[in-house]
Design a protein around this ligand. Structure first.
Ligand SMILES: [Zn+2]
Length: 699
């Protein structure tokens, strides 16, 4: 117990010397430290607290963080929260008190949000505006010399004007121990007026061999100024106006790695997995110079911030992903500079374009694969079968009637019939309630832009007189018909015969009404199927199963055919029209690069895009080995759809990457290329340079 008392008195001495007015009885540390004098350094790795409490996943970001005090970047929203608690009692702060950290190649970022009903700040106000209240309070601190010296501009180690912050202000704190060795650590403090105190310390306090608490080689340097530090604060309310109620304030800071490098033994910027020590805090006092509350991350159990061994572990992670493969659908002609530009953007594969040997050599030298498109459209039928009417798919009478009514409205944006409650719920990204509400609102707003009829990214269905009657506006051949299979095989042969092509790309393969064909042949086959499988043909599920089986069998038969013609032919597709009720059925296909819609032309919400991307990638090996799921994103600059801004495209690509897809597919190429800003967004997320000449999805 004696030991503990000694520790206590030391702690109190520290607190006073550091400028805190602390009279609470401080509980001793939870455990007595083991003999830490043996090692020269005190590592954050040896923290006394369970790792689960003290580790923070500091994520790398590639989003531009604008240091304006507002934590409005997407990266902040997704960063985990550091929950602050009372420094000695682990109590929950009465106001929202939280921080987040991030990093990129240039900076380490810290962002704080402090709820505060009456935001106050004095240091940094013009002298003329320095309130008498402040002068009186400084004098009342019982250290008139210090107050007077501060006013007179006199200095010693702790009488720098910026030290005023500790006795007067409410502020945010950051202690940073680069490389986590307990030596060479830094302290930053910032008030709502973005005025900084920063200092360097050679070494923190430690316990001696008798378990006593001692200062060792601290050598604080208040003169140290962090070179290149960027910081800003944002006040959500009115400063120094007690008559109203404020909401809070935030700090956004960026510490350049170049200023930290001299203080680290390891790499700087750190490598993924490196651990540094960090301690963050919020000092709150109800009046100038009043007693302070101190809320911190992590929980320290003692009121001393100069024990780097108790700091939390800042674990640097880097899970930034890039698209390894980028397929674009569009017309690519015989244009050398165009092909080069596509390669610069990260395009690895072009679907569609002139089937000439000149085009083949141009794209080959740019390192881009080319694919010829094969569809199920009626065009070309009469050439092969001049005496037979085209075997088009047949829809129900209700669907035909619905199609006629919808046709007139194809190019207009009707208000969506989707109701608010039908919007996907955003996942919990450790967001505050306020942030969640704002995101939900955004999601609802997005639905306003969706047309009811949106061309098959995913059938909305059940919006027409309560029936699932959504239909495509063009005729599709019935692929159960033998003549259609022969026609499609002809198309595959022709596509593979084009000079320099890597393979075929299937498009427009599916049901015109998204779920079935009701032609006499399909009805006959369906009844046979039900008899054989002992299913009730009146049950919708039987129809769904049969339709899906037909679709998958047809696709796989065509893939086998292509491979029989050319063993190294690569197959690609875009699932469109989708199949309801299983829009992401593509993993059932033997397609090498199966493009499934993750972000349609109309606006989908980011959490839905992320979810779809996850399914596209995680399930790619579920049915066939070697199949690669490609997340498809639609971008058109046309009146058919709301035109996406670069920011919207960026947010969609980020959501796709978060979902895990590293193979991207987009349409349409021409619209992307006519807008530099859009093209650069795609470039930003693609691996560079494009892997030249690599093809084939199967090893
Ligand atoms: Zn049919």
């Amino acid at each position: 117990m004696n030991k503990k008392k000694n520790i206590l008195s030391m702690i109190l001495a520290v607190i006073v010397s550091a400028g805190f007015s602390q009279t609470n009885v401080v509980p001793p540390p939870k455990e007595t430290s083991k003999d830490s004098t043996k090692s020269e350094t005190i590592g954050a790795r040896e923290s006394k607290h369970p790792a689960a409490q003290t580790r923070y996943d500091c994520r790398k970001t590639d989003e531009t963080i604008i240091i304006d005090g507002k934590l409005d970047e997407d990266a902040w929203r997704r960063a985990p929260i550091m929950p602050f608690v009372g420094i000695t009692d682990e109590s929950k702060p009465p106001f929202i008190t939280e921080a987040r950290m991030l990093w990129d190649d240039k900076y380490l970022y810290a962002g704080y949000y402090f709820e505060e009903p009456d935001i106050r700040a004095y240091w940094g106000m013009e002298d003329a505006n320095c309130p008498d209240e402040l002068k009186t309070a400084l004098a009342a601190l019982g250290r008139p010399r210090r107050a007077a010296d501060i006013m007179a501009g006199k200095r010693d180690a702790w009488d720098y004007p910026e030290c005023t912050i500790m006795t007067v202000e409410r502020f945010g704190k950051l202690f940073l121990d680069p490389d986590g060795d307990g030596a060479n650590y830094l302290e930053f403090q910032c008030n709502p007026l973005n005025n900084y105190f920063d200092a360097w310390y050679k070494q923190g306090y430690c316990y001696d061999s008798e378990g006593k608490y001692k200062s060792r080689n601290r050598y604080p340097s208040v003169e140290w100024k962090c070179p290149g530090l960027l910081s800003a604060t944002w006040i959500d309310g009115t400063l120094n106006a007690p008559q109203d109620v404020d909401r809070g304030w935030s700090i956004e800071m960026a510490i350049p790695w170049t200023s930290l490098a001299p203080l680290t033994k390891g790499s700087c910027p750190p490598a993924s997995g490196d651990i540094w020590g960090a301690h963050l805090g919020r000092v709150y006092r109800d009046r100038i110079g009043g007693e302070n509350e101190y809320w911190v991350w992590p929980f320290l159990a003692i009121k001393n911030c100069h024990l780097p061994e108790t700091y939390g572990q800042l674990v640097f992670t880097n899970d930034l992903r890039r698209f390894e493969r980028f397929f674009v659908w569009g017309r690519a002609g015989e244009d050398e500079s165009y092909a080069r530009r596509l390669a610069e953007l990260g395009v690895t594969d072009v679907v569609g374009g002139t089937p000439s040997s000149n085009a083949a050599s141009i794209f080959a030298s740019a390192g881009i694969n080319r694919f010829q498109v094969v569809t199920l459209n009626v065009k070309g039928w009469e050439k092969k079968y001049p005496d037979k009417p085209p075997a088009v798919q047949k829809m129900t009478e209700a669907e035909v009637a619905a199609l006629d009514m919808i046709k007139g409205a194809q190019t207009t944006h009707r208000p969506s019939a989707v109701k608010e409650g039908e919007a996907d719920e955003p996942p919990d990204w450790n967001m505050t309630e306020r942030q969640k509400k704002s995101i939900e609102g955004m999601g609802r707003a997005n639905y306003k832009f969706q047309s009811r009829y949106h061309w098959g990214g995913e059938a909305e269905g059940k919006h027409w007189r309560g029936k699932n009657t959504e239909v495509l506006a063009y005729e599709v051949l019935c692929f159960n018909t033998p003549e259609v299979k022969e026609l499609v095989k002809d198309r595959i042969s022709e596509a593979l015969a084009a000079p320099g092509v890597k393979g075929v790309a299937f498009d427009g393969i599916g049901y015109q009404n998204y779920h079935a064909c009701y032609c006499p042949l399909c009805e006959k086959l369906f009844n046979e199927y039900c008899e054989k499988e002992k299913k009730d043909p009146k049950q919708g599920a039987a129809r769904d199963e049969f339709s899906l089986k037909c679709l998958v069998d047809f696709y796989n038969e065509m893939v086998d055919f292509a491979k029989s013609l050319k063993a190294d032919a690569v197959t690609v597709n875009h699932i469109w029209p989708v199949f309801m009720p299983e829009p992401l059925y593509g993993n059932r296909l033997k397609i090498d690069f199966c493009g499934q819609t993750a972000a349609w032309y109309s606006f989908w919400d980011p959490w839905r895009i992320e979810k779809y991307s996850r399914i596209i990638t995680a399930d790619q090996d579920k049915y066939h080995q070697g199949v690669k799921g490609a997340a498809f994103i639609g971008y058109y600059d046309s009146p058919l759809f709301p035109v996406k801004t670069p920011a919207k495209v960026e947010s969609e690509l980020r959501a796709i990457l978060r979902g895990g897809s590293t193979c991207l597919m987009m349409c349409g190429l021409e619209d992307m290329m006519k807008n530099d800003e859009i093209a650069l967004v795609f470039k930003k997320f693609c691996r560079h340079p494009a892997p030249a000449g690599k093809g084939g999805g199967k090893k």
